[in-house]
Design a binder for this molecule. Sequence first.
Ligand SMILES: Cc1cc2nc3c(=O)[nH]c(=O)nc-3n(C[C@H](O)[C@H](O)[C@H](O)COP(=O)(O)OP(=O)(O)OC[C@H]3O[C@@H](n4cnc5c(N)ncnc54)[C@H](O)[C@@H]3O)c2cc1C
Length: 260
Amino acid sequence: MHVFKPTAVALKEKLELFPGSAVSPAVVKLTFALPDPASSLHSLGFDLGLGDFVRFRFPGTRARAYSPTSHPSEVGSFTIVIRVYPGGAVSPKLAALNLSDTAEVTGPLPVPWLTRKRYHGVKHIAAVAFGVGITALVSLLRSELLSDTTETITVLWCLRKKDEQAIGSDLDDYSADKRVMFEYVFSRETDGKRADAELISTTFGHLNAKETAVVCVGAKASERECYLWFTSLGYKQRLLKMGIRFGGRTKSPLWTSIPK
Ligand SMILES: Cc1cc2nc3c(=O)[nH]c(=O)nc-3n(C[C@H](O)[C@H](O)[C@H](O)COP(=O)(O)OP(=O)(O)OC[C@H]3O[C@@H](n4cnc5c(N)ncnc54)[C@H](O)[C@@H]3O)c2cc1C
């Protein structure tokens, strides 16, 4: 893979994490070989702890963004987890790839001179993931757990049905880490609940808003609405903010944890 240049990468492994159901499309995990087997996303300049992502396209399609879930130091390959939207331009094509087939990828994005800035010094992280948006949290949580200022991370994962938890079956397991607490809400179960300001208040009410940074990941509209709920409850700090780079790019705890 060449930094910023469209590069063909070959599919190396494919695993179905969720077969799909009447209410939710399937989710697959795809691992691609990097053209230089000695390279890694880290060596290519991806700071996944700042939310850097890749963009895939096929001939005639638009490019779509995906958040790698593999560790950035993994040598020779990287992994994405995708929801396969029937009728979608890119996700069905990615899911239909056979081993050794190629797809065109670019990255790292956002470009480093339009970087995301990490909020420093907070003690607690309040995170909300909608559906497959959990992929964007994988590297962020990995990174924040390496920060010596992070005391707790509370995650609310919003799904339609309980069986969708299988999406997370191959992602990092935080069950042994006392700093991390996961809560779930299922909108299409019989007692179905949706995320709203009240649920946000209940789930994150134990945190001091002044010491907490917030991150919401999912479809744009859900993210926007969720940040508004947090703001109305007095949470002002976002974990990551877009900004223009002045001087050196501040690296994430995940980046600095990887030996040179
Ligand atoms: C920074 C970033 C990181 C992302 N990371 C991931 C990731 O790791 N894994 C992943 O699966 N996706 C991720 N996405 C979303 C991804 O970029 C595409 O939007 C998604 O794969 C749909 O693209 P498509 O071309 O298949 O469908 P499109 O052609 O864009 O859409 C076709 C139809 O699919 C349906 N659809 C599309 N998106 C959604 C949605 N979010 N919710 C409900 N229905 C929808 C709609 O009916 C839509 O009309 C990320 C997006 C961003 C911005």
